[in-house]
Design a protein around this ligand. Sequence first.
Ligand SMILES: NC(=O)c1ccc[n+]([C@@H]2O[C@H](COP(=O)([O-])OP(=O)(O)OC[C@H]3O[C@@H](n4cnc5c(N)ncnc54)[C@H](OP(=O)(O)O)[C@@H]3O)[C@@H](O)[C@H]2O)c1
Length: 289
Amino acid sequence: MSSAVEPPAPSPTRARRERTPHPAPQTIAVVGFGNFGQFLGATFAAQGHRVVGCSRGDYADAAAAIGCEYVRDANALLDTKPDVVVLCTSIMSLSSVLARFPVDRLAGRLVVDVLSVKEYPKGMLLEVLPESADILCTHPMFGPESANVSWAGLPFVYDVVRLNSAPRVHVIGKQRCETFLDIWRLEGCTMVEMECRVHDEYAASTQFITHTTGRMLAELDVKTTPINTRGYESLLGVVDNTTKDSFDLYYGLYRYNANARAVLDKLETGLSALRAKLEAAERDERSKQ
Ligand SMILES: NC(=O)c1ccc[n+]([C@@H]2O[C@H](COP(=O)([O-])OP(=O)(O)OC[C@H]3O[C@@H](n4cnc5c(N)ncnc54)[C@H](OP(=O)(O)O)[C@@H]3O)[C@@H](O)[C@H]2O)c1
């Protein structure tokens, strides 16, 4: 009997899945091949795109398991002549990643970011990229925890920030951008074209509240009980979903969404107001006795 240890089976999230083939496959470079980079890479590859990941860690085996290629060096990544370069690093590391990246070699390419905040990468990309690079800022409003089976019906927010205006180049760039957007259309995402500024306003009062609630309940160490209600089960789901994302991601939502601090203030005010209401009702009841 062999004593060799079986390699772990790929998780359902990462496993290769059948997908509708994309009619115009692209070469897609993914910068930052961690949790979310692999999640996206798996679906891109399953649609028939050539996907090349690049990150600090060694994800060569993980990449091969999902039909992607992997390199450790940004120049090697760009040697593959990608149509699209997708930035999938943590929000907190974007500036240092770009500072080390050979950004001049992004001239004439489509650069996409998928960060969970939008004004911040938009400003940074406009500042550091060569003028001939097209810029598409996006936020898939889902991830490995919430969409490991299907992306159908889930919102994909995007803002075409810049397309090179030179006449012939513009047409080609627009087509390349549409071809990339087709990936999400093919998966059945709900396509939401929205300015980065508006995204950040909505996201602070939806995503940031959800993450804050999940992490606050996690601080209370909430646990399953034999008498869980449906509502409580939902709360446990929120705790589970949000704490599986890195703290770096959550901190990025706070640090680089200008609206996040005001939302934290409102949460504190809301809790105090609720407590004051309860205590006033109690006083009222006692005074009537
Ligand atoms: N998770 C989601 O559900 C989700 C959904 C939508 C959008 N996003 C966005 O996708 C991006 C990636 O998210 P994530 O879930 O994978 O977790 P994350 O913790 O936000 O980012 C992890 C990625 O950032 C890289 N990274 C972190 N610090 C770095 C540094 N100092 N220098 C270079 N690279 C660094 C990691 O590379 P190594 O692993 O090689 O260290 C890894 O690829 C984030 O911008 C996030 O906002 C995530």
